[in-house]
Design a protein around this ligand. Structure first.
Ligand code: SF4
Length: 417
């Protein structure tokens, strides 16, 4: 496992956009424990050029984008490697995701940039890269995740209906800064910080609700898929904006879902290793209780506006996936995407979009399963959109899909709340 050495002094930590808002708030959480953290600049053609230069072509598209973005800082901005640290998420799982951090390390070393640190947050090592502030960061970081999921939900349920284009994006971006300022304050007691975040979110909620909107009846599209490609708007070529431009509204599976899923996976491992009564199990259990409490506290002020948009707990999603992908043999986003599809159908969605990188193992499996899922759920339209940075006729494909969703909307049996 690759982790940072403890000494981050004099370094700036760069975070990939996953999504931008989530990374912005996570950077603020890092600020609260004294780290200089920033979100990497928006990806562009140079990202793909450098991503191609430093990967072999066998890697997943998200790896190419992350690699390209990081190498751009070194090659184009000529930042001193001694002042740099890159954060790369990692997880145990069935696919290549767990190898990203190791590969980035190899590439940096071979290119002569061995002084760049890689911070790879993982519970497997007790978040060793963070040092003494690990617990504090994990708590604030979780609140950042929940806060962004809330703001993203407000963004997506408002933007398609705005009267003046750009209003909702502006409120979202300002809202991020409002919440980030609260998250970034150091040495604040956890209770007080929670109250501050709630107050900040409440102000942003008011700003969202004051945006003039049209009364329209649009097809609701549930969005699932591989976590990076789904959340990184450069990788998915702003698919959600395309759907909105052609008359749809999207409900995007957030980041919190993945963290809850890794929690459940941890419990599954304890069961398999017969460590149900252990210190580690108790630690994970208590962490879960605390995180549930924080999530509930932050969400409760939004119950009125999220009526009909209530999020399931991940265990419900896993149960919904069970008939198609038994948990004893399947892991990762394929489970969440399949369960998420069944969930969205039950909430009255009019279509499901799965965003996956080309050749993604999860996308390949879910694509094989979706016809059965669709057949067993009123033939709801489900479509996998693959991305690899090459051009495709997205307008046309989205248009066709929305036609199917509109037809389904007229005949569907599950009415939306
Ligand atoms: S989920 Fe897909 S894209 Fe992501 S690492 Fe696994 S195989 Fe690659």
């Amino acid at each position: 496992m690759v982790t940072a050495e403890m000494d981050m002094a004099g370094r700036t930590l760069y975070l990939p956009r996953m999504p931008f808002g989530g990374s912005r708030l996570l950077a603020a959480a890092f600020h609260s424990i004294g780290f200089d953290a920033r979100v990497i600049a928006e990806s562009d053609a140079r990202t793909l050029e450098l991503g191609s230069k430093y990967t072999s072509g066998d890697e997943c598209y998200p790896q190419k984008v992350v690699m390209g973005d990081f190498m751009r800082l070194i090659e184009d901005e000529h930042l001193d490697p001694k002042t740099l640290a890159f954060m790369i998420p990692t997880a145990n799982g069935p696919c290549r995701f767990g190898q990203y951090a190791s590969l980035q390390r190899v590439v940096l070393d071979e290119a002569g940039f061995d002084e760049v640190l890689i911070l790879s947050l993982t519970s497997a090592d007790g978040y060793a890269g963070i040092g003494e502030h690990a617990r504090e960061l994990i708590r604030t970081g979780w609140r950042a995740v929940v806060a962004n999921d809330i703001l993203m939900k407000m963004l997506l349920k408002t933007r398609p209906y705005e009267v003046t284009p750009g209003d909702t994006d502006a409120v979202y971006l300002e809202g991020l800064e409002t919440v980030a300022a609260t998250l970034a304050r150091p040495n604040v007691a956890t209770k007080e910080k929670l109250a501050d975040i709630k107050a900040a979110l409440s102000r942003v909620k008011g700003a969202f609700l004051s945006i003039p909107v049209r009364d329209e009846d649009r097809p609701l599209i549930g969005v699932v898929g591989e976590i990076f490609c789904r959340l990184n708007t450069f990788s998915n070529e702003e698919l959600i904006r395309h759907i909105e431009a052609q008359g749809g509204e999207c409900w995007l599976a957030g980041v919190g879902e993945w963290l809850w899923y890794t929690n459940e996976e941890q419990f599954r491992r304890y069961r398999e290793e017969k460590r149900r009564v252990s210190k580690d199990w108790l630690k994970t259990y208590l962490t879960k209780r605390i995180q549930l409490g924080d999530e509930h506290a932050l969400m409760e002020d939004f119950h009125d506006v999220f009526h009909g948009y209530e999020e399931p707990h991940v265990t419900e999603i896993m149960e919904m996936a069970q008939p198609y992908l038994p948990q004893s043999g399947s892991m990762g986003e394929m489970v969440l995407s399949t369960g998420g599809t069944v969930f969205f159908h039950g909430k009255g969605a009019d279509g499901i979009v799965d965003i996956s990188p080309f050749t993604c193992m999860n996308g390949i499996i879910t694509e094989a399963i979706y016809p059965k899922v669709s057949r067993e759920h009123d033939n709801i339209p489900i479509r996998v959109f693959y991305f690899d940075g090459t051009q495709s006729d997205l307008e046309r494909d989205v248009g066709i899909f929305l036609e199917l969703a509109a037809t389904y909307k007229r005949r569907k049996k599950v009415v939306r709340t």
